[in-house]
Ligand binder design. Structure first.
Ligand code: ATR
Length: 283
């Protein structure tokens, strides 16, 4: 039977085994999907052993997405752009590294929330690994503009510069700045929280929680899911009003998994059904 896993540290609370098991049942694919807890200094050895044992691929989560990038012998363009890999496929001749996080985020916004990004103004808060993983795919959806702000503005600038050519190709205006200037050109239609600020107790990552950044009827999404996203979404929801859309990261999680499943199995699962089930279980 074909084996897969999610590799990370920690992985005990990962929902990926449950999501992929649901995809497998749904599509009639025969596979097992486990958790692979890797020592912080032993990712390569763990993955090599897993692959040598006949496994077909793995998802990779914190803090190993850069190690996985290095370990891949071939990379998809979107992984190359992200500089990080969340999905490995062990082929006979090489190890393919992909990054499905951005496609997952875009699918959640455009399909699950029914908000096409084309022509919209987007604010991306954060310039760490999570934001780097999704910026390329956001650009690919051709919004009018994406403004990236970060506590360390230099990192936002570097992230934007590494995507400049890709953005020019897609006609997307890119900007970068500090957290205290989130709206240099006016309000945004979409606000994405890619920071880990809520883990440190700061639910709103901007220094001025009184600042308005999101237009009425806009969409806000936090890449975290569950209670960790609540403060940010409440804050954004007050700006968006009754016609706004608020998403935590659960949809993105299921959609990035669906993209990985497609890469491994050649079949696209019905992610919306699995998301609805998972949401019910968490409530
Ligand atoms: P991840 O892989 O989750 O993105 P990371 O690469 O460590 O983790 O990035 C964390 C992000 O959250 C960064 O953008 C970080 O800002 P800095 O680059 O300035 O460190 C941001 N972040 C973390 N805590 C924050 C806080 N209290 N307020 C605002 N931003 C915060």
């Amino acid at each position: 039977i074909d084996r897969y896993a999610v590799a990370g540290n920690p992985v005990a609370h990962s929902r990926s085994p449950q999501i992929h098991a649901a995809f497998a049942t749904q599509t009639g694919q025969s596979l097992v999907y486990e958790r692979l807890l890797c020592p912080l200094d032993g990712f390569d050895a763990e993955i090599r052993a897993f692959a040598a044992g006949g496994a077909r691929g793995c998802n990779v989560t914190v803090p190993f997405k850069f190690d996985a990038f290095r370990l891949a012998t071939r990379r998809t363009p979107r992984a190359q752009l992200a500089g990080a890999v969340n999905t490995l496929r062990f082929d006979a001749e090489d190890w393919l590294g992909d990054n499905t996080d951005g496609a997952g985020l875009v699918a959640d916004i455009e399909r699950n929330a029914a908000r096409p990004l084309r022509g919209l103004r987007v604010l991306l808060i954060g310039a760490g690994g999570a934001s780097a993983g999704v910026l390329g795919s956001l650009i690919g959806a051709r919004p009018a503009a994406i403004h990236v702000v970060n506590r360390s503005p230099d990192k936002a600038l570097a992230l934007v510069e590494s995507h400049r050519g890709w953005a020019d190709d897609h006609g997307v205006r890119l900007g970068a700045g500090a957290l205290d200037t989130p709206t240099p050109d006016g309000l945004h239609d979409v606000v994405i929280n890619g920071t880990s600020a809520s883990l440190g107790g700061a639910g709103v990552p901007l220094p001025d929680a009184g600042a308005t950044v999101l237009s009425r009827g806009g969409l806000a999404i936090d890449m975290m899911y569950g209670p960790a996203a609540a403060t940010f979404l409440n804050w954004a929801g007050a700006q968006a009003g009754p016609n706004g859309a608020l998403r935590d990261g659960l949809g993105m999680l299921v959609e990035q998994a669906a993209e990985a499943f497609l890469l491994w199995r050649g079949v696209r699962p019905d992610s919306a059904a699995v998301l609805a089930d998972l949401r019910r279980q968490l409530e």
